[in-house]
Write a protein that binds this ligand. Structure first.
Ligand SMILES: [Zn+2]
Length: 463
């Protein structure tokens, strides 16, 4: 199933506006979320988007592109205006009620209304360009009124945008019989728990001996990565990923913070999914050199110490340390090192590069230069959430835990698990970036030094 997904308006065409909102921003946000969910959760779908950023594109460019690509369905996302309230959707006026197009509308209309908290204004028909000129069945949805204060209040919530996206996805899944990605273990896959990987056999043997004192059985196996021999301490192998993760947690509780999982497929049957495989189940996680500080790990510095360090250089720095702690804890990411990364990206929150302070984009997400200043987030909190989600995409292979909506627009573009350490981000997060991770680690070292100094001052005041 090939879906052409069209966030309405964009670039010089803002669409409708009201209550401090622009239609083009909301349609893009919803569409990106739809794209993320489809890629994350369903197998037999391919999505092409008319735009993935705030760019200008004419209506005929959009329909020409969908037609040339041979899309099976055209879905256009819009926000209404003009003094009403509620949800409605449209198919082309020249189409009968018994058509396939109308049956898709019925299904999607019902699913979207289940999740969007909006009044039902009905299934409608209109002579809109994208409905008329697209050669495949097409639907245009109008998701609330931007000039209605109640509808607009919903549009300001990331959770509502996520719900609207999910409603559309549920409708598409029903209408086109989309196959959910399996979440269970892929048969023939073995998840090996590695409790440390070392260049020195002695260190590996020492680790195995230490584990024995904790009652954990393990053995040392040698493996060759990028032409170099490594000694891995293997502490179990499981057919079920969850059990392997439980074992990693147990190791962490025993003080082994550098444990990780390697999945190995038995020879036949690989290649089930094409490309990226965001679920990561049938990919051998690319093991970058497992040295250096891991991205996953505890946040050791307090929000106060983080903020104090930023303010030493920039007294006006935005105070986001608490978000780095909260979201860092939730995703199991070193929030204080992520904070150092934000300092590096934003020049101590002075935003002296192409990203502007009001974008709340602390990690240069989707900022590629050439006039593209990257993603924008509604609040500093959402910006930090996106940053940590992007790190999670690199450092972990599990699906994103569900407590917070996915706000990182590029989560699904990351090869999952491809950077377990900060230095492994070199050339991935920042291009060119042969020294990117080291710069972050250096800054983190300075944060620690400064924090020690602060604590020492307090220590002396105790006398
Ligand atoms: Zn519109």
């Amino acid at each position: 199933m090939k879906l052409y997904l069209d966030p309405g308006h964009g670039g010089t065409d803002s669409g409708a506006s009201g209550n401090g909102l622009l239609e083009k921003d909301i349609t893009l946000d919803i569409a990106l979320k739809i794209n993320s969910i489809l890629n994350n959760d369903y197998e037999n779908i391919e999505v092409k988007m008319s735009r993935t950023s705030d760019s200008t594109k004419s209506l005929s460019q959009r329909t020409n592109e969908a037609n040339a690509w041979g899309a099976n369905y055209y879905l256009s996302i819009h926000i209404n205006a003009g003094g009403g309230t509620g949800y409605e959707d449209y198919i082309y006026s020249g189409i009968s009620d018994t058509s396939t197009t109308a049956s898709y509308q019925t299904i999607i209309h019902a699913e979207v209304l289940k999740t969007n908290q909006l009044r039902d204004r009905g299934k409608k028909k209109a002579n809109f360009h994208v409905l008329r000129e697209s050669k495949m069945p097409a639907l245009l949805s109008e998701n609330g009124f931007i000039d209605n204060s109640q509808d607009a209040a919903l549009m300001k919530q990331a959770s509502w945008l996520q719900n609207v996206a999910e409603g559309h996805v549920n409708g598409l899944a029903k209408a086109f019989n989309l196959k959910p990605k399996s979440t269970g273990p892929v048969s023939g896959t073995l998840y090996k728990v590695i409790a440390g990987s070392f260049k020195s056999k002695q260190n590996a043997d020492d680790r195995a001996a230490f584990l024995k004192t904790k009652g954990i059985e393990s053995f040392v196996v040698s493996t060759i990565i990028s032409g170099e021999t490594w000694y891995r301490v293997q502490a179990g192998a499981f057919a079920n990923r969850e059990n392997a993760e439980k074992s990693v947690t147990a190791l962490k509780n025993a003080g082994i913070t550098d444990a990780f999982i390697v999945s190995e497929n038995s020879s036949e049957g690989g290649g089930g999914t094409n490309g990226g495989s965001p679920g990561g189940q049938d990919n051998q996680p690319p093991i970058a050199t497992p040295t250096g500080l891991s991205i996953l790990g505890p946040t050791l510095l307090s929000p106060e110490l983080m903020n104090a360090f930023a303010k030493k250089v920039n007294p006006n720095a935005v105070e986001v340390g608490n978000y780095y702690l909260t979201f860092g804890d939730y995703y199991g990411i070193r929030g204080d090192v992520a904070f150092a990364q934000a300092l590096h990206e934003t020049n101590y929150f002075r935003f002296t590069g192409i990203v502007k302070p009001e974008q709340n984009n602390f990690a240069g997400l989707a900022a590629t230069g050439q006039g593209n200043s990257g993603a924008s987030f509604k609040t500093p909190e959402e910006g930090v959430l996106a940053h940590l989600q992007h790190l999670y995409a690199y450092a972990a292979t599990n699906p994103l835990p569900a407590k917070y909506p996915l706000v990182d627009p590029r989560f699904n573009l990351v090869t999952r698990g491809s950077a377990p350490t900060w230095t492994a981000l070199n050339g991935k997060w920042a291009v060119p970036g042969s020294n990117y991770g080291q710069s972050i680690i250096d800054l983190y070292g300075k944060m620690i030094d400064s924090s020690v100094q602060n604590l020492e001052t307090i220590r002396q005041g105790l006398q």
